[in-house]
Design a protein around this ligand. Sequence first.
Ligand code: GAL
Length: 621
Amino acid sequence: MDLGVCYYPEHWPETRWAEDAALMRETGLTRVRIGEFAWSRIEPEPGRFDWGLLDRAVEALHEAGLGIIMGTPTATPPKWLVDRMPDMVAIDREGRPRGFGSRRHYCFSHEGYRDEAARITREVATRYGNHPGVVSWQTDNEYGCHDTVQSFSPAALDAFRQWLAARYGNIASLNEAWGNVFWSMEYRSFDEIELPNLTVTEANPAHWLAFRRFSSDQVIAFNRAQVDILRELSPGRDITHNAMGFYTGYDHHDLAADIDVLGWDSYPLGFLEMFRFTEEEKRIYARQGHPDIAAFHHDLYRGCAKGGRWSVLEQQPGPVNWAHYNPAPLPGMVKLWTLEAFAHGAEMVSYFRWRQFPQAQEQMHAGLLRPDGKPAPALGEARECADELGKIASEAGSRKEVALVFSYDSEWITQIQPQGQGRSALWAAFSCYSALRKLGLDVDIVPPTAELDGYALVVIPCLPIVDEALAERLGKFAGQIVIGPRTGSRTRDFALPDNLAPGLLEELVGGKVVLSESLSERMTIEGDGWTGGGWLDRYEGKAEPEFVGRNGEVACWRHGNARLLAVWPEGELLQLAIERASSEAGLDAAPLPEGIRRRTRGNLRFEFDYLNAEVSWQALS
Ligand code: GAL
């Protein structure tokens, strides 16, 4: 277990580096990430390399005993490169170029830029690949940040047509699979297909889904090209990448398959402010973050990562600069977030960033040091964490209690066709996760391909595409199963299955969904001690109604070991259904007080208190 920090030697005078490195070590940090935005310094002019700065920085950090995570600088191509290839920038959905002057100004499909990215990766890897101080590599930085996965450029169009041809073989199959007879959308050849933006009304959802898959594949291919070079030139080093919070623009299961350690960037206060939490949650957790934000991503990315190896590559140390409002964390929160990550199995927590840079876009973003180089409050908390890591390190492994199934194309489908405002597969997963964690359970968020043996409970919040392998595993699963709306409701090409939802899960739930409605907030279903709504699936079959509203509408059906939620998975009804399923699964599940979360690591049980108020309860059973 390591603590680390993101450092930008190019921001500071060289005379300061040794002092910085010594203070990092004294704080107990053992890792330092550098280089990911340094292209304009490494190669100030086309083909002219100036390695001096990075060479000396690597030496200074290495000499201090820090292990270096070296970034490939491809998120920030320099101006001269963009001027040489102006068409390398991405084109937005409205058809406008996304130009130079910040970062991530490239299109994943642009062949010329792909060559340049490979070239600079090769240069950096040749220079530092065998340096004893370089312990791992980070590819690029936050693929998709600033909404950069999709590009509507000529390069993307070209590549999309090729991708479709390879996938469908002939145009008749594509027309058939997408149902293009509808509205006379039939094509005569792949060359007639356009990108799905700029249509008069919504494009065919099958067209969008194909474009989302294609765009994701372009990210994976771009990353893989770097991985191949790094494996060749820097053997024995781990390769990582930093994913983001509440972000589904590419398939992280696919990306994780190519790297060794999946990282993610944890900004609990920024995420609370920017995402769909209630006003009340934003008020009571303003300086802590909602208690499930960080944990949800820890468990999600652990489930994506090959061999379960993951880390936090950036953690908020103080106010950020990019949310609607940017408060400082309560004293103690930086420590809590850090220890919580280790409780969930992180290999490393690295803070973003060492020292606040007084210029440019992030001048208001905190670091472990203030802009004047003096300690900011988080430095002391990092030091306390370093002192406590020893106590945790000896324990490893987590309990297998609940598997929560999530796939990236589920979220693409609910974004493309929400059917009701806000009906998102990602947020359905988050609210199921939260309901489980409020009961003190440990949750693994797993892909649909995961083995389910050993779990007591499987929760599938919203998984429109269910394949035969998953249906078979669920059929054999002996524990309890909870299935949410829209599960099994689509084929791979975005059509309704012939036997209607839940498609291949018909036998498991003993029937089918014959009508789906989405309900506004005005149309709730009131039951005995619960309110449900958001969605309503009308079911026909052998299942028994379990939760029935006073108006006779059924919010949850029960058949054998499976429950079928007919309403959207959120709120009181979800909590009750999850509670019942957990206790029938034999899990030790009991509601925790507001703001408290529990996590087990080996023989250690952690309890995290996110509430800035007094709570009293019997913590240990
Ligand atoms: C991340 C990014 C960092 C920095 C940080 C600020 O998204 O990877 O480079 O911008 O946000 O919070």
